[in-house]
Design a protein around this ligand. Structure first.
Ligand code: HEC
Length: 202
């Protein structure tokens, strides 16, 4: 009798603890969600672009980048960034001369701790990784931008950014062949995924 009661009480207590833990965890989760979704997401990356792999990125041929094309691509950034000398900070910091600078050094801009803690300098490789997937690069970043999946677009964009007040020497082409045709449009993969997911629930 007593034993049974104790067992039942024990399970009830245990369930309560689990529920409490769950609440705390989901609270944390939503907290992060809120921070990340501070602005609006500009979807440009195909699912494989930044989220995939965990393997080393393909080498980007910056020497093949076209700064004029990069200026066009930069229009995706102008809702949040200026890139002229002395330009104002907006949702994001002014980007004039950012190449070669330390992360998060623009005066008067409140960066996320994630980006500050990353440390280091915006060199070609760092900027390439950042623009592939800001979230992967700096955990908890405030930059609500999905990333650019196409390495040629990133090469052009970074060449353009470099010309706005930095003018670092452009790296030579990577020794290895740049892998052909970047994956454009995630639709076929997404469509293929849907029936599979349906099948799995049955
Ligand atoms: C929705 C607004 C938004 C868009 C669009 C956006 N950014 Fe940002 N960007 C930010 C914010 C906010 C930060 C500060 C990030 C942080 O503190 O974590 C940032 C930071 C940066 C930084 C780091 C600057 C520094 O001083 O260290 C670079 C470089 C950058 N963005 C480049 C770009 C480029 C290039 C694009 C376009 C492809 C772009 N951003 C699009 C909001 C945006």
């Amino acid at each position: 009798m007593d034993d049974r009661f104790n067992t039942a009480a024990g399970w009830a207590l245990f369930a309560g603890i689990v529920a409490l833990g769950g609440t705390i965890l989901s609270g944390e989760y939503f907290h992060h969600e809120k921070v990340e979704k501070g602005g609006y997401e500009i979807a440009d990356a195909s699912p494989e672009g930044g989220a995939g792999g965990g393997t080393a990125a393909k080498p980007v041929d910056f020497s093949a980048g076209d700064p004029a094309k990069g200026a066009e691509i930069f229009k995706k950034c102008t809702s949040c960034h200026t890139i002229t000398s002395g330009g104002a900070n907006g949702v994001g910091p002014n980007l004039f001369g950012v190449m070669g600078q330390k992360h998060g050094q623009v005066a008067g801009f409140a960066y996320s701790p994630g980006l500050i803690e990353k440390g280091g300098v915006w060199d070609w490789a760092a900027m390439d990784q950042w623009l592939t997937s800001p979230k992967k690069y700096a955990n908890g970043t405030k930059m609500s931008f999905a990333g650019l999946a196409n390495p040629e677009d990133r090469a052009s964009l970074i060449r353009y950014i470099n010309e706005q007040g930095s003018n670092l020497p452009v790296p030579p082409p990577p020794a290895a062949e740049v892998a052909e045709a970047p994956e454009e449009g995630g639709t076929p993969a997404a469509e293929a995924g849907a029936p599979a997911a349906e099948a799995a629930t049955k």
